[in-house]
Design a protein around this ligand. Structure first.
Ligand SMILES: [Zn+2]
Length: 458
């Protein structure tokens, strides 16, 4: 398998630290708000990465943290006038609800930053003792000039960072790029005791500590959005290596940006959508199809026509599953032969090539084409098996059953519309016959000024 490693800027063969085991950490949400549709991309993509490793027979340990203490939470707590802990609890709950709605499986661990404060203090102490961090008035900073490897992930140079720094740079810092490890608490802010006084850890320290604590000093994959390369991941690497790691993670994976109709998503442009907003309009699988139809490292544009195409593509898959009467063939015994395995191999080699989900989806299309020609149910099994790796067709039985009830609802609406047409033509005989016949099967109509309502007679 080849993975594009941001650290080396090229595709590398993936070699796990322990054969058959994959340890991965993906930066999770800062729980001060509902997450937006751009945040859904790494959630969905790394869900697929985990599935694929497992499909290949690996044992995966997946950690996605929760940042429950941060400036943004404090800001929000002031705005909403409720304690930081309540803000964190509210949006952590919302995060899990939205993940479930998007059919993203939970990680193995969801560490909360506030549960690891002592370990964070230990790391900061170690860096201060090694003279790579320094305290000024209760704040502790990491000294980038004292760490020779600074910039190795992002390619940034310390001198350029100095030149580019804003004029009003913090005067306490030795170098403008020095970053905060420990932040002194202002009055009323949540705080923990430390050798430098009451305060809280910086975000970059949180992730190093939680990842190493749960996955070991060096693990296989560290992932997140491209916007996290600098400064967040650069600063994680600096702390880990300054405290004795050779590598924090061997492979650094980053997904590309999401734009909305060609523009960067922002509240000021009025094109800011939460995943919740989008889920009101589109189902989880259409959203997933949309993201996976593009390579994860490419930027992706969210626009109405592409998402409608995605919805149609998912619908086509479901039409085939319904037509094949999957629920009646699901327990059939079958064995793949070479002609079937050819598709499986194509799918796996697409995914082995730095998770080319777009190509993998095209293999699913090829399978449906062959099914349409042969009507051999084995292709339906293959479609579901491979589709599951991408997170499609999960809870398929429930969905197909629901689809059937959706059709029933649509059929009743259709019949009611015919009755309305008869009434318009003053064909009272037909209108009454429809009403009476529906009543016989337990569907009761009620004509109101707003139109005809119906209910099921209990
Ligand atoms: Zn992080």
């Amino acid at each position: 398998m080849n993975i594009y490693n941001t650290l080396s800027n090229r595709k590398e063969e993936f070699k796990p630290i322990t054969q058959g085991k994959v340890k991965m950490y993906v930066c999770g949400p800062t729980v001060y708000n509902y997450f937006h549709i751009g945040n859904a991309r790494p959630l969905i993509f790394f869900d697929v990465v985990k599935n694929f490793f497992e499909y290949l027979g690996n044992e995966v340990t997946f950690v996605r943290n929760i940042t429950d203490i941060d400036d943004k939470l404090i800001q929000r707590s002031i705005e909403e006038n409720i304690p930081v802990s309540e803000i964190a609890a509210k949006y952590t709950k919302a995060f899990f609800e939205d993940c479930r709605a998007l059919e993203i499986s939970p990680a193995d661990h969801h560490p909360k930053a506030t549960e690891y404060i002592n370990d964070m203090i230990d790391l900061i102490k170690e860096l201060v003792e090694k003279n790579i961090a320094y305290e000024v008035n209760g704040d502790v900073y990491f000294s980038v000039s004292d760490f020779p490897g600074y910039g190795k992930l992002s390619g940034k140079k310390i001198d350029d960072l100095k030149a580019g720094a804003r004029v009003e740079a913090n005067k306490q810092k030795k170098h403008p790029a020095d970053f905060t490890l420990w932040k002194k608490a202002k009055s009323g802010e949540p705080n923990w005791s430390s050798p430098w006084g009451e305060g809280r850890p910086g975000w970059h320290t949180e992730c190093v500590v939680m990842s190493r604590k749960l996955l070991g000093k060096t693990f296989d994959i560290h992932g997140g959005g491209i916007d996290l390369i600098f400064p967040h991941h650069e600063n994680e690497i600096a702390q880990a290596e300054a405290s004795g790691n050779k590598n924090l993670a061997n492979y650094w994976m980053h997904n590309g940006y999401l734009n909305i109709e060609g523009e960067k998503m922002s509240k000021s442009l009025n094109n800011f959508f939460t995943a919740r907003d989008i889920l009101k309009k589109y189902d989880a699988e259409s959203i997933r199809f949309f993201f996976l139809s593009k390579h994860y490292r490419s930027p992706i544009d969210f626009n109405e026509s592409i998402i409608i195409e995605s919805k149609q593509a998912v619908k086509n898959f479901y039409n085939i599953l319904k037509e094949s009467d999957y629920l009646s063939i699901k327990d059939n015994k079958f064995e793949y032969s070479d002609v079937h395995l050819k598709y499986k191999d194509e799918f796996i080699s697409a995914m082995n090539n730095d998770f080319n989900t777009a190509k993998a989806i095209s293999v699913l299309f090829d399978i449906t084409k062959t099914y349409n020609k042969t009507k051999d149910p084995i292709y339906i099994h293959l479609l579901i098996e491979l589709g599951n790796v991408l997170g499609f067709f999960m809870n398929i039985e429930e969905k197909l059953n629901n689809e059937i009830s959706d059709i029933s609802n649509e059929l009743i609406d259709l019949i009611i519309n015919y009755r309305i047409s008869f009434k318009k033509e003053k064909n009272w005989k037909m209108a009454d016959a429809i009403r009476n016949d529906l009543k016989k099967i337990g569907v009761v109509l009620k004509d109101t000024p707003e139109g005809t309502e119906w209910s099921i007679e209990k």
